[in-house]
Design a protein around this ligand. Structure first.
Ligand code: P6P
Length: 340
């Protein structure tokens, strides 16, 4: 079989972000490009450890518990260390917030830069031992003018983020990123050691056919959630019910939703009164990406990116996905508000 000519026009993440920086003109100093480069390195490093996990016995517990009270797995701890060390060494960060760390890290002057990174180093880690896709989620704020970098620089609405993304570690490593001008997906080519552009300008379909909820929580769901789910499981005659897909790893469930459309939900309920997902480093980055891809992200009553966080580990209810599907959910909350 005639091999197609090897393309030499390979758009790596670095090259693509650089082209975006140039598009931003003189205002861009290149610092964000270098910061994203550091994040890209952490994704390669974590990917290699996730892949080897079974071989070098990294799965299983690290014998400690994190701020969430969850047992930490060795890969969690390692991934957090990789993120903290690499972001600090980039000299582009001032404040780091990690799901694995109770307190914020304020970077010392010698290494201080002008960005704050909020991240979940290995989200979905309860799935690691089962070999299910896990991921790193991150969001980036620029410190406020005149600030030396404090918690106040991250207790701001997600709409003030300058970039957000995730890397999903599965059969391949997929890095999905937005710097505020659309969403692009990159796949790690291990032979090059580079993330290569494979999903340019991701746009979420206006409506999908998949819903992604943990229905094991149905006993606790509030009426708008119940009424919405019933509307897609028992649709009017002539309409097909939606399919259920739930992996239990936010990065994997959101990645599928961005590409195929539909809705992902982890709403506030009678058990999780503030929701389960973390606002700063799960809900905000995924809401940022969803909106940049043409979708909607809401608590049911409020746009997620408009929320002003009060504490760094606070939780939020989340519905995100295709515009028309999420608008359907909002209608059930509006109906409930009207009925008082
Ligand atoms: P549940 C994983 O622990 C996580 O933080 C997200 O990745 C995921 O969407 C959610 O929690 C799963 O929660 O209650 O369905 O196991």
């Amino acid at each position: 079989l005639e091999q197609p000519p090897l393309s030499t026009e390979i758009l790596t993440l670095t090259r693509h972000v650089l082209s975006e920086q140039i598009r931003l003109g003189a205002a861009a100093t290149g610092d964000l490009t270098l910061l994203i480069n550091a994040i890209e390195f952490t994704s390669k490093f974590i990917a290699s450890n996730v892949r080897k996990a079974r071989l070098i016995n990294l799965v299983g517990l690290a014998g400690d518990t994190n701020v969430q009270g969850e047992e930490q797995k060795k890969l969690d701890v390692l991934s957090n260390d990789i993120m903290v060390n690499s972001l600090r060494a980039s000299r582009k960060t001032a404040v780091l917030i990690s799901e694995e760390l109770e307190e914020a890290i304020i970077i010392e002057d010698e290494y201080k830069g002008k960005y704050c990174v909020v991240f979940d180093p290995l989200d979905g880690s309860s799935n690691i031992d089962a070999g299910v896709n896990v991921g790193t989620i991150f969001g980036i704020y620029q410190i406020r003018p005149g600030s030396q970098g404090t918690i106040a620089d991250v207790l701001r609405p997600g709409s003030e983020m300058v970039a957000a993304g995730y890397t999903m570690y599965g059969s391949s490593a997929n890095l999905v990123l937005s710097t505020g001008h659309g969403v692009n997906g990159y796949t790690l080519d291990p032979s090059l050691g580079e993330f290569v552009l494979t999903h340019p300008d991701i746009k979420i379909p206006p409506r999908g056919k998949i819903y992604s909820f943990n229905e094991g929580n149905s006993l606790h769901f509030h009426p708008p959630t119940v009424n919405y789910l019933n509307s897609i499981k028992f649709p009017p005659s002539g309409k097909s019910p939606y399919s259920a897909r739930y992996i239990g790893s936010m990065v994997a469930d959101v990645h599928r939703t961005l590409l195929y459309g539909g809705i992902f939900g982890y709403p506030v309920d009678k058990k999780s009164k503030s929701g389960k997902l973390r606002l700063l480093y799960e809900a905000f980055p995924m809401a940022f990406l969803t909106e940049q891809a043409g979708g909607i992200a809401t608590t049911g009553t409020k746009r997620i990116l408009d929320i002003v966080p009060k504490t760094i580990h606070e939780r939020s209810g989340v519905y995100l996905g295709s515009k028309d599907d999420v608008l359907d959910v909002i209608k059930f909350y509006e109906a409930e508000a009207k009925s008082g």
